[in-house]
Design a protein around this ligand. Structure first.
Ligand code: GLU
Length: 440
């Protein structure tokens, strides 16, 4: 046997990629990368009725979006294909005849069953430790079916045959498969083949402590539009694993560096979309402006915002970046930089312009700003403070109307940054327009 580490992700094409599946794929990917091994993608599509091209696509797209590449499997090929169980029938037949030869299977009402040796099976799991399964009782552990009367195969058998044929060295999968493992070990033993290493990773539960279902928010990888893939990976890595030292926000390089299968804990992980959201904001905060632009521009385009060039958008993105938690919020945060037709938020108008004297303050600020020769942060700030002193008002009495006049809303990037980026001409025109529009 070669010493190369070979892991696999073996999803069934159910039509969606569950976060639990994505995490399993990620841990297999990490383990393979850590050991200069290979990650194999195998599609477990024995259940023909449910398999559609879209269901395969969901898996490829989800993994690709996350940045998890596979070394063998659909699209990339490899020496151990085909990588679809539906195309491996003759192989399963040949393994079945091996079991027939050694008398380990029998027919029962048209189905083929495996004859359990009814012994104790010991699994040395890399995460769960040594587990002893007593298989002696046929009531609690009936002989498993290998093939149904209609000729279709049962998961356990084809899963084991493929792991053998694909030379898988490490089976890393969800703990829901732990109870299947003794059955798999029985098959390896009947075929006289050494078992791979097993690592069963903790389940992901929802807030109610139940297994995450499709209906739980964040259960499907496709629902992460607006999230940054490396942030989602970061969050997934924390479901069952911890780098230690209270560290939570990690980039992929750091996770690759620190990940160790032995430090996966046994406790079930509780899925927390708010935490994922927070981690997303942290990643946006830390990423370069160029990376942020790469990720944000598709959302800006989709929102129909018209701009001249990336260079025009960059300074705008630079000043809102720290405020953004989700990429899909970017258009909402920046739309008013690109049009004079932006709308005024009624609550902001009510709160700000309806305050006695607010529009006079705005007018005086406009006059003061009109005298500025150099339109930069420092001058904008100094001039505003100077005007407040002259008016005998607080700086806030100028800041709030200025912000609403320039952007239509009370929330946004730092005012001086916003005004600097908008430029003198547009700011003065917007102040003027708001003054007239909201003066009764
Ligand atoms: N197709 C199985 C699943 O999606 C794979 C189990 C395994 O990794 O062995 O649960």
């Amino acid at each position: 046997m070669s010493s190369e580490v070979r892991t696999r992700f073996a999803p069934s094409p159910t039509g969606y990629l569950h976060v639990g599946g994505a995490r399993t794929a990620f841990f297999n990917w990490l383990f393979a990368r850590k050991h200069q091994g290979k990650l194999i993608l195998r599609i477990e599509d024995t259940d023909k009725k449910r398999n559609t091209e879209e269901a395969y696509q969901v898996i490829y797209n989800g993994l690709t979006w996350l940045g998890l590449d596979w070394d063998e499997g659909p699209h990339v090929g490899g020496n151990f294909g085909p990588y679809f169980q539906s195309e491996r029938n003759s192989l399963y037949e040949s393994y079945l005849s091996q079991l027939e030869k050694v008398g380990m299977v029998y027919e029962d009402e048209g189905a083929i069953r495996f004859r359990s040796p009814r012994k104790t099976v010991v699994v040395e799991d890399m995460v769960c430790g040594r587990i002893v399964f007593d298989m002696s009782n046929p009531v609690t552990h009936p002989d498993m079916t290998i093939r149904r009367p209609d000729g279709t195969w049962i998961f356990h058998f084809v899963n084991v045959v493929d792991d053998i044929e694909m030379k898988i060295t490490h089976v890393i999968r969800g703990e829901d498969h732990l109870s299947n493992t003794p059955k798999h070990v029985e098959l390896y033993q009947a075929l006289d083949i050494a078992c791979p290493h097993f690592a069963h990773i903790p389940l992901i539960l929802n807030h109610e402590g139940k297994k995450m279902s499709k209906r739980d928010g964040g259960a499907s990888v496709t629902s992460y539009s607006g999230y940054v893939p490396e942030a989602v990976l970061n969050y997934l890595s924390l479901l069952g694993w911890s780098p230690g030292g209270n560290r939570e926000v990690l980039d992929l390089m750091e996770i690759r560096e620190l990940f160790d299968i032995k430090s996966i804990n046994r406790r079930n992980a509780i899925f927390d979309l708010d935490k994922c959201f927070w981690i997303n904001g942290q990643h946006i905060l830390r990423m370069s402006l160029e990376r942020f632009a790469d990720l944000a521009l598709p959302f800006i385009d989709k929102a129909g915002i018209v701009y001249d060039s990336r260079e025009q958008v960059l300074p705008i993105l630079a000043i809102v970046k720290e405020k953004i938690k989700l990429l899909r919020d970017v258009p909402e945060w920046i739309s008013y930089f690109f049009t004079e037709e932006f709308t005024f938020d009624p609550t902001s108008v009510e709160k700000t312009f309806k305050k006695p004297g607010a529009l006079d303050h705005l007018k005086s600020l406009r006059q003061a700003y009109a005298t500025l020769e150099t339109w930069n942060l420092q001058n904008l700030e100094n001039k505003l403070k100077e005007t407040a002193a002259q008016n005998g008002c607080k700086t806030g009495d100028l800041i709030h109307p200025a912000r609403v006049a320039a952007s239509g809303r009370s929330i946004g990037p730092s005012l001086y940054h916003m005004l600097e980026v908008l430029g003198k001409e547009r700011v003065l025109a917007r102040f003027e327009k708001a003054y007239h529009q909201f003066t009764l």
